[in-house]
Design a protein around this ligand. Structure first.
Ligand code: FAD
Length: 431
């Protein structure tokens, strides 16, 4: 049986390698970190979470919750790691980022069928089957090789990461614990602002200096990961209807509803680190210190990581890929992860899971599988391979990608539940 080569041990490549190895197939897994780092990764660990530590909503009435549940049923390593190393986050599944990535790294490095090659790949190897999962920050040499291989231009957008703050530097006399509408165990820390504080903050944020643009000319920002200063520039109230919205976050002691609220999410199990929710940013680091310290409760905040912004690269999948994630032209090459135009940690890992299964089938001389379109996995593959190639935008999973039920259900939660139940039934039959 053929060996399979996997390029990149990020969210997608790690999951692909695991699926292959568990199916009895030998894997060569290439990862360039820590020898060669990307602009966003900080460690040499596999499946590093470069920004938020949240894998988003947990419940299957939410499309990303359904995607995660499908992954569990498909023996996902990423979900095993996430479930084993979760931290409190209300209705979301968030993880201790170090424990999560260490679990995945150790599992793969100790797997008898996986050989890890700690090097940068600079050209497309001749090995087949091949899984390409080098992510949105694929190294420049390999990016060029992929552009040549796919024969169509690369598309770009820009992504940003939020700062992380030391918990013991927070002013807990001002900050209060609460989850929106009381969902969860008051897992979030809330920094309340009155109107005056908000307006001063907005003014300083919109006048703060951003980092050098250079290659960021003609920048297209992905809406789901928009820098906070870009959002602020849209209008004085835009943030108050976005990440700073106060509804459902009354002060537990005074009962007062603040004018705006900045939320902090626990970032590690020890609860020594918190990230600022929705504060992806491209501000210069001294400006982050100056402006974010205007947030009540963060006057003395110690930044353990500043927000950063990076190019995010993906191929034109509707032109290039089949719904099995194989290349149309070279079907022994399978793509996975954010480079295919799926957006998000969970989506990247899920596409890695599909790529692993299908590269394994190619290695075994079997036909690769198209996942049922009623499943979140199938819907995601269908979207990235059937979208309009002239205006292809990366996409998070959402119920709008899954075919509607044949009948009407008025209540949205009940409707989503019915779609999720149908998806899981379709998946069981598929398995
Ligand atoms: P990655 O996880 O980046 O894995 C690719 C791997 O390939 C890396 O380990 C890299 O070192 C390796 N590699 C690259 N080139 C080579 C080479 N030539 N040879 C060998 N190895 C190579 N998603 C969210 O859900 N939430 C967020 O908060 C979030 N924030 C983001 C912030 C930034 C700055 C960026 C860039 C993306 C963010 N994303 C976020 C989007 C996306 O979910 C992540 O990028 C995710 O890690 C993508 O998974 P992946 O497996 O495709 O790529």
């Amino acid at each position: 049986m053929a060996k399979v080569t996997v390029l990149g041990a990020g969210l997608a490549g790690s999951e692909a390698a695991w699926q292959l190895a568990e199916a009895g197939i030998a894997v060569d897994l290439y990862e360039m970190r820590p020898k060669t780092m990307t602009p966003a990764h900080q460690t040499g660990l596999f499946a590093e979470l470069v920004c938020s530590n949240s894998l988003r909503a947990a419940a299957i009435e939410n499309a990303v919750g359904l995607l995660k549940e499908e992954m569990r049923r498909l023996n996902s390593l990423v979900m095993k790691a996430a479930d084993a190393h979760s931290v409190p986050a209300g209705g979301a599944l968030a993880v201790d980022r170090n424990d999560f990535s260490r679990f995945i790294t150790e599992t793969l490095c100790n797997h008898p069928r996986i050989s890890v090659i700690p090097d940068e790949v600079t050209a497309i190897p001749d090995d087949r089957p091949l899984v390409i999962a080098t992510g949105p920050l694929t190294s420049p040499a390999l990016s060029q090789a992929i552009a040549k291989l796919t024969g169509n231009d690369y598309l770009y957008f820009y992504d940003a990461a939020a700062p992380i703050i030391a918990a013991d530097s927070l002013n807990m006399n001002t900050i209060y614990r609460a989850s929106r509408y009381g969902k969860g165990d008051d897992d979030y820390l809330n920094c309340p602002m009155n109107q005056e504080q908000y307006e001063v903050f907005w003014h300083e944020l919109t006048h703060a200096e951003t980092a050098e643009r250079k290659e960021f000319e003609n920048m297209v920002v992905f809406e789901g990961c928009m820098p906070i200063e870009t959002m602020a520039a849209r209008g004085v109230d835009t943030m108050r209807f976005g990440p700073l919205k106060p509804v459902g976050l009354r002060h537990p002691e005074t009962g007062e509803m603040p004018y705006a609220v900045v939320q902090l999410r626990q970032d590690n199990v020890a609860a020594t680190l918190y990230n600022i929710v929705g504060f992806q940013t491209h501000l210069k680091w001294p400006e982050q210190q100056r402006v974010f310290k205007l947030i009540p409760g963060l006057e003395n905040a110690e930044f353990v990581r500043y927000g950063v912004m990076h190019r995010n690269t993906y191929i034109n999948s509707p032109k290039t890929l089949l719904p099995t994630l194989q290349m149309k032209e070279l079907p022994n090459i399978v793509f996975a992860g954010q480079i295919t135009g799926v957006e998000g940690y969970v989506e990247s890992a899920a596409s890695g899971l599909i790529a692993g299964i299908n590269a394994g089938r190619i290695a075994q001389g079997l036909a690769p599988k198209v996942f049922p379109e009623e499943t979140a996995h199938g819907a995601l593959c269908r979207y990235i391979t059937e979208a309009d190639p002239s205006n292809f935008q990366p996409m998070n999973i959402n119920f709008g990608l899954i075919p509607p039920l044949g009948h009407k259900i008025r209540d949205k939660k009940l409707k989503n539940r019915a779609i999720a139940d149908r998806a899981l039934a379709a998946l069981e039959e598929f398995i």
